[in-house]
Design a protein around this ligand. Structure first.
Ligand SMILES: [Zn+2]
Length: 175
């Protein structure tokens, strides 16, 4: 990236921040401390677009966030909390974490299986639970043509980093 394109990116981001709705990527809503802070924020009358994980990203959550619940309990907690957000006027959309680098797949078959499980599976899970998602963000901005194709096939438009201003749910409890 040249210096000019970095400056351009920065300026563009400042405009996006002022003009687009606030977006929150959720990773740690299953944690009671994060959830308490989020609830308080919503109850104070704020609105946002929430890009949420589905249980298909369980491995990512275990590795990156830590979770003291079983997978089944985790799924129930997610559903309860997403439903509460939805009932309180918040816009629920999809987020998926793939492997951080495309070369982490050792065969095409492995890649195809993982992408389908994560992308098609997450979107399906959200829709089956009455969250009519039509937008998706890829965690770490890690995606490829195949991933984008699967998202679109499942009815979700991929949103790029520069197109929205976002924070994370855990920013609510950052010290
Ligand atoms: Zn993420």
């Amino acid at each position: 990236m040249s210096e000019l394109s970095i400056i351009y990116d920065h300026l563009r981001y400042k405009i996006v921040r002022r003009t687009r709705p606030l977006t929150i990527h959720t990773e740690a809503l299953h944690k009671d401390s994060v959830w308490a802070a989020v609830r308080q924020w919503v109850e104070a009358g704020h609105k946002a677009v929430w890009y949420v994980l589905a249980p298909q990203n369980w491995d990512f959550v275990v590795a990156e966030m830590g979770v003291s619940l079983s997978k089944k309990e985790y799924e129930k907690v997610l559903l309860d909390r997403y439903r509460w957000l939805q009932a309180n006027g918040q816009d629920i959309q999809a987020q998926v974490h793939l492997r951080i680098l495309p070369q982490m797949y050792e065969s095409e078959a492995e890649e195809k299986k993982d992408l389908e499980e994560k992308i098609s599976g997450s979107i399906q899970w959200l829709k089956n639970n009455n969250f009519p998602v039509n937008k998706i963000v890829f965690g770490w901005w890690s995606s490829n043509q195949q991933a984008i194709g699967l998202a679109k096939k499942a009815g979700c438009e991929p949103i790029r980093r520069r197109d929205h201003y976002f924070i994370h749910d855990y920013d609510f409890v950052r010290k």
